[in-house]
Design a protein around this ligand. Sequence first.
Ligand SMILES: NC(=O)c1ccc[n+]([C@@H]2O[C@H](COP(=O)([O-])OP(=O)(O)OC[C@H]3O[C@@H](n4cnc5c(N)ncnc54)[C@H](OP(=O)(O)O)[C@@H]3O)[C@@H](O)[C@H]2O)c1
Length: 306
Amino acid sequence: MAWSESDIPDLSDRTFVVTGANSGIGWEAARMFAARGARVVMACRTVSKGEEAAARIREHAPGARLEVMALDLADLDSVRAFAGGLASVHRQVHALVNNAGVMAIPYARTAQGFEMQLGTNHFGHFALTGLLLDALAPGARVVNVSSGVHRLGTFDWTDLNWERGYSEWPAYCRSKLANLFFTFELDRRLKAAGSTCLGVACHPGYAATNLQFVGPQQRESALGTFVMSAGNALFAQSAANGALPTVFATVSPTIHGSEYVGPRVFQAWGAPSVQATAPRAQDPAGWKKLWEASEKRTGVRFLPIT
Ligand SMILES: NC(=O)c1ccc[n+]([C@@H]2O[C@H](COP(=O)([O-])OP(=O)(O)OC[C@H]3O[C@@H](n4cnc5c(N)ncnc54)[C@H](OP(=O)(O)O)[C@@H]3O)[C@@H](O)[C@H]2O)c1
């Protein structure tokens, strides 16, 4: 039988943090967790959007235990403030779902000067995870939302900020390969340190969300918006189905760390299953290089799992 929302176990003793929980995959995952009793911290860039999103969850699950907190992954000061605020209230986080992301946007930089897609999708989440390490409960999971386009990702270690030859899609693909490098190195280091916490990766296949529209909106491209709308209408699954791999990676007892979970029909649609990554994601030397670059750039060290 295909795994579905009805297979989510009781989560009433769990506290989950979901980044980008006001939209798309993050909102659907937060809704599903909350409906099964989890306390969900909705980490959102704009608090008013988060509150509105929480209200929409309460329409589905009136007793939902939701907290909206401000988090801008493109600013490490915001990441530090979020982590400090969260850790002072919740000492036992059972899952950190690193879901927020931007895709194929024009060149921009984060507050600390990182190229925006790698900065938001990877460096912000790397720093957040390191800062929340002490707040993770035994057996907690760090779930990183990657993408099938990691298959096209490459690293130029001499130019992580894309100062030469920036291109929107290759930068997105790199950021999604980075999500996998981070997951596998995190899980390896956790296990080596004797921790019971796990690093897990997932991807939603192709799901109709706001993700596809941010790039065209920033470029003011009506054609781009039209193409994305048509693509979503013709080929995408719902955001709710797209969230199932994330939810499975977070709650399934069959997960032991370092899996890559995605929809099983052509890795684009359908019920979640554990899948193979592209060979380029299985590169321990690359994992280590990205880890070291991430510590250096963010200033966040994952003591004691070095
Ligand atoms: N949809 C797909 O087909 C697909 C396919 C493969 C992978 N993914 C991955 O799935 C994840 C979720 O995307 P989605 O499809 O649900 O897109 P979405 O609807 O656009 O949601 C993205 C979320 O990320 C948040 N975000 C963006 N920049 C942020 C920042 N600097 N700080 C904090 N939050 C930020 C957005 O906040 P705002 O609302 O404030 O912008 C929004 O809540 C992403 O990692 C994406 O790469 C999606």
